[in-house]
Design a protein around this ligand. Structure first.
Ligand SMILES: *Cc1c(COP(=O)(O)O)cnc(C)c1O
Length: 393
């Protein structure tokens, strides 16, 4: 039978029927260690009892009402996000791209309020902010943009991790309103930015009156061992976006704002039918509860350090391994040549991983990963990488 699905994904030939913790099973009963969490989504692993209970209890009460009415769970979740982020207000959406669209709209309205008619948002080369028309304009990937022009004006990309590059772009463009970046690029190949760079960028945004907007869609919600990855640099951005891990598997996204970004969006400026509904907010509250109760920030940091240490020990001396980098449970292993085939060989061995930017093996395991499970990832992955590199291209 030919598939009725649009052919927009290159799918692996496996379907999972159920999961438990960091494990997934296919229809034949084969077990897989989930080293990817559905690209950083299933942060509590699979079938987490607290999350399952929150979703089923809420579904039995009410799933959807509307943003026409008050949604107490949305208010509660916003309070929690404010508490972990230092933002002062939050609005909800349904995906990472949609959250970034919201941030872009906020930045443009911020500019408009200052009388700027042609606002520019500075974003980064090799960044990833989503696949909508607006977020594609911010995303630094020619491959993702190809064929979808004309994209909206008002975006300029600069070299990642370079203040000089931002200053150069700003000199040619008087109407900058915001800088949008991931502090640890995900799709871009698990590329961290320097703490000093982030501190300098915070200062620059303050001096120039630009919004500092941080896309924490992949790096946020405990992934790096702090609630938000930028907290490693002890800075406070003006806008943050969250999605992926926020719902532990249900679609929910959030935009947080503070300081000059607070109060910019007013009734009638923005909205969404589904955003922040009772079901997804109940799920997200359960995710945040579990992260706190199970000490998962500490776990992500400790197990992430252990993973990186073991990967360094096993791979640093291997010819063809360029760099092992990342933070917490967001780890990339850059090889000297394209290695997409490793995804399939790992799958055969019962390990789920991903390769991004052609040659970076990406690990985003659930935050509940244990030391033994981390060892299993290393013990499966390292020989596969060694064999791959030993076979001449
Ligand atoms: C995945 C991702 C997005 C897009 O999120 P979607 O939910 O796929 O729209 C945006 N920014 C970053 C940093 C991401 O990793």
């Amino acid at each position: 039978m030919t598939s009725a699905l649009s052919n927009i994904y290159g799918r692996l030939p496996v379907a999972f029927t159920h999961g438990q913790g960091v494990w997934l099973w296919d229809g034949e009963g084969k077990r897989y260690l989930d080293g990817l969490s559905g690209i950083g989504v299933s942060c509590l692993g699979h079938a987490h009892p607290g999350l399952v209970k929150a979703i089923s209890d809420q579904a039995a009460k009410v799933i959807h009402t509307s943003n026409i009415y008050e949604v107490p769970l949305q208010e509660q979740l916003a309070q929690r996000i404010v508490a972990i982020s230092g933002m002062t207000e939050v609005f909800f959406g349904n995906s990472g791209a949609e959250a970034n669209e919201g941030a872009i709209k906020l930045a443009r309205m911020f500019g408009s309020n200052k009388g700027i008619e042609t606002p520019t948002i500075i974003s980064m080369e090799s960044s990833w902010h989503g696949r909508t028309i607006g977020t594609l304009a911010a995303t630094g990937s020619d491959k993702a943009r190809q064929g979808f022009g004309p994209l909206p004006a008002g975006f300029v990309q600069v070299r990642y991790n370079s203040i000089e590059s931002i200053e150069k772009a700003a000199a040619q463009c008087p109407d900058v309103v915001a800088v949008l970046l991931e502090v640890l690029q995900g799709e871009g190949g698990i590329r961290p930015s320097d703490i000093e760079y982030l501190k300098a960028l915070r200062k620059l945004c303050d001096e120039r009156g630009w919004l500092m907007m941080i896309d924490e869609v992949q790096s946020g919600i405990g992934r790096t061992g702090k609630w938000l990855a930028h907290q490693w640099a002890e800075i406070l951005p003006d806008v943050i976006t969250l999605a992926k891990g926020l719902g532990g598997g249900v679609p929910i996204a959030a935009v947080g704002a503070r300081g000059p970004a607070a109060g910019v969006l007013k009734p009638g400026h923005h909205g969404t039918t589904f955003g922040g509904g009772p079901l997804v907010c109940a799920a997200s509250l359960a995710v945040l509860d579990a992260i706190e109760q199970q000490d998962l920030l500490k776990n992500a940091q400790a197990i992430g350090d252990h993973l990186q240490t073991r990967l360094h020990e096993a791979l640093d001396a291997v010819d063809g391994v360029r760099e092992i980098r990342g933070r917490g449970l967001m780890i990339g292993i850059e090889l000297a040549r394209p290695c997409a085939e490793l995804v399939r060989s790992a799958l055969t061995e019962g390990l789920l991983i991903n390769v991004t930017r052609d040659n970076v093996v990406r690990l985003l395991p659930p935050l509940v990963l244990s030391r033994e499970e981390a060892d299993q990832i290393v013990d499966t992955l390292v020989p596969l990488i060694q064999q791959f590199l030993a076979n001449k291209a």
